[in-house]
Design a protein around this ligand. Structure first.
Ligand code: FAD
Length: 539
């Protein structure tokens, strides 16, 4: 089931697949979520979060990486230097300029095979003057349907793409310890040389030792936790939970970034010539869908609902680009969520986002069973920064995760601009008007005291109905030696230690301005080349 895209939301919360983290109650957001807390799913097992993500494959904008290069003063992280690594991991089967794509890499990237509403979204954007562009090549503003890491309609996650092929062929070189929980890194000597890790399995503590180096790829939540448990972090914090500090690195667990969704909608639509443009499982499921999927990997079962994206710039960003005579680096992502609501979809939405069930039912009940869609407005270069801390010394204790959503006022302002652009797109294009697309007139229950659709209403809406895209990043940030918050250098080595690197989403100094798994993959590709060069085994 895990490999079938339409089942992706069902993977969430399953304790064998998901670490099931939750944030602490938020001060300025999440007001209509249970306990004012955002659910923070993270994949566990071989393949990690790629086992339960929604498979959207977007690299980000070239400036995202040029920015990394500038922040680290290291050309290896610029877009031009990373492009060969993006190409290396890809087998691209969608349309696109071949100079930006790879065709014999591990990850199969495929075009969407279903999504009539997505075609309307892209066409409406063209009507508004936004071009249809390859979102995995350089772009300024533009829209397109998503491409997915899927092979013949099945999830092509990190396990299938990278690990499975070498499990058999390199059995002599690879040992996998399943169900092992790494508790800390082992060090020796005054130079903090890493020589292995300690892990717990089945209640027994073991050690795994290395001859060359230790690489932490436990993701943006767990990599900083493992470092802190090993004595690498802010001395004061470590002492406060009874851990002996080894290296004072105040940046460990700081700089937490994520993308936050303003879920605009529901937009209700009419059927066209009796045909439904959105797929409602309880209404539309038929054996032929299953047959189509089994036969060719196409059709409604081959999608998880997130169907297309547009990258647009706020007025301020556009002005800055114009003044500096630079290309536009969009700061808003609009994502089409093309799934209408039935009773089970409302229950699933409430679960997936930890939204209060009573509020979800009240808000969505007027549109149950009708064709509808949402557009997510996301401040794609957020300014709020959160943190992850240890709650105590116990290696299995739940961490203290505080993403500080919407702490920075610009994040609210940019997201509201995106909300208005989304509504404008729907209400002012022939494409959407021809299918009767209209914003539901039911106000969000917690924001009824505000004038519907006013800025105050939208701010209330965003701060109550605060949802994450689950793009956690930045908690072991890469940076220059004079950056006090940097945890790893541009070779991904942990400062103050030897033979220890971090290679995952946590090293991003600034989150990329799109979905992030392709950038995580390029970090892996670039990192492995750095290691091979260091040990003199680069091809
Ligand atoms: C529901 C959901 C949908 C998403 N959809 C998309 C999408 O459509 N497109 C996109 O680009 N991104 C998406 N993302 C985000 C993306 O999948 C992740 O950001 C990315 O996979 C992170 O990769 P990573 O290598 O940094 O960490 P992970 O993939 O999380 O890998 C970390 C690994 O370390 C293991 N680990 C952690 N702690 C320990 C420990 N103590 N001991 C042993 N092992 C440990 C974990 O089990 C896991 O296997 C989504 C995320 C979620 C949760």
């Amino acid at each position: 089931m895990q490999s079938i895209p339409v089942c992706a939301p069902l993977m969430l919360g399953n304790p064998t697949l998901d670490w099931n983290f939750y944030t602490v109650p938020q001060q300025y957001s999440c007001f209509s979520l249970n306990n004012q807390s955002s659910y923070y799913p993270r994949g566990r097992g071989l393949g990690g979060t790629s086992n339960l993500n929604f498979m959207v494959w977007l690299r980000g904008h070239p400036f995202d990486f040029d920015n990394w290069s500038e922040l680290t003063q290291d050309e290896r992280w610029s877009y031009d230097e990373l492009l060969p690594y993006f190409r290396k991991s890809e087998t691209y089967t969608a349309d696109g300029d071949s100079s930006f794509h790879g065709f014999d890499g591990e990850v199969t990237v495929s075009p969407a095979s279903y999504g009539p509403i997505a075609k309307h979204f892209v066409k409406a954007a063209e009507e508004m003057g936004y071009p249809k562009v390859d979102l995995n090549a350089p772009y300024q503003e533009g829209f397109n349907e998503h491409v997915y890491n899927q092979k013949r309609g099945h999830r092509a996650g990190a396990f299938n793409a990278f690990l499975q092929p070498i499990r058999q062929s390199r059995r002599d070189k690879l040992t996998i310890r399943k169900y092992a929980h790494v508790t800390k890194v082992l060090f020796k000597g005054s130079n903090n040389l890493a020589y292995g890790v300690e892990y717990e399995k089945g209640g027994i503590v073991h050690q795994a030792k290395c001859t060359k180096e230790v690489i932490l790829s436990a993701g943006a939540i767990s990599s900083p936790l493992i470092l802190m448990r090993s004595g690498i972090g802010a001395t004061q914090h470590l002492e406060s939970v009874g851990i002996n500090p080894r290296v004072n690195l105040p940046g460990v667990g700081q700089n937490l970034q994520d993308h936050v969704i303003g879920l605009v909608g529901p937009f209700v639509i009419d059927p066209v010539d009796g045909q439904h443009l959105t797929y409602l499982a309880s209404r539309d499921s038929s054996p032929s869908d299953l047959l189509q999927y089994v036969g060719s990997g196409t059709g409604p079962l081959s999608q998880a609902g997130v169907m297309a994206s547009g990258f647009v710039a706020s007025n301020k960003t556009k002005l800055i680009a114009k003044i500096n005579n630079k290309i536009i680096w969009p700061d808003i992502q609009l994502i089409l969520l093309g799934i209408p609501k039935d009773a089970s979809a409302i229950a699933s939405l409430a679960k997936v986002y930890n939204l209060r069930r009573d509020i979800a039912e009240e808000f969505y009940s007027p549109v149950v069973g009708q064709d509808s869609f949402h557009i997510m407005s996301i401040a794609s270069r957020p300014k709020s920064r959160g943190q992850i801390l240890l709650s105590n010394k116990d290696p299995k204790a739940r961490p203290w995760i505080d993403p500080k959503y919407y702490h920075h006022p610009d994040d609210i302002a940019v997201t509201i601009e995106g909300v208005k652009k989304a509504i404008h797109l729907v209400e002012n294009t022939k494409t959407f008007q021809s299918i009767g697309a209209r914003l539901s007139t039911t106000p969000f229950p917690s924001c009824r005291s505000h004038e519907f659709r006013s800025d105050a209403y939208w701010e209330c809406y965003l701060r109550h109905y605060t949802l994450s895209v689950y793009h956690q990043a930045g908690t072991c940030k890469m940076g220059r030696a004079d950056d006090p918050e940097a945890v790893v250098d541009a070779s991904l080595s942990v400062r103050g230690t030897e033979r220890l690197r971090v290679i995952d989403a946590s090293i991003m100094p600034q989150i990329v301005s799109s979905n992030i798994q392709a950038a995580c993959t390029v970090i892996g590709e670039r990192g492995s080349q750095i290691i091979k060069e260091y040990w003199g085994i680069a091809p």
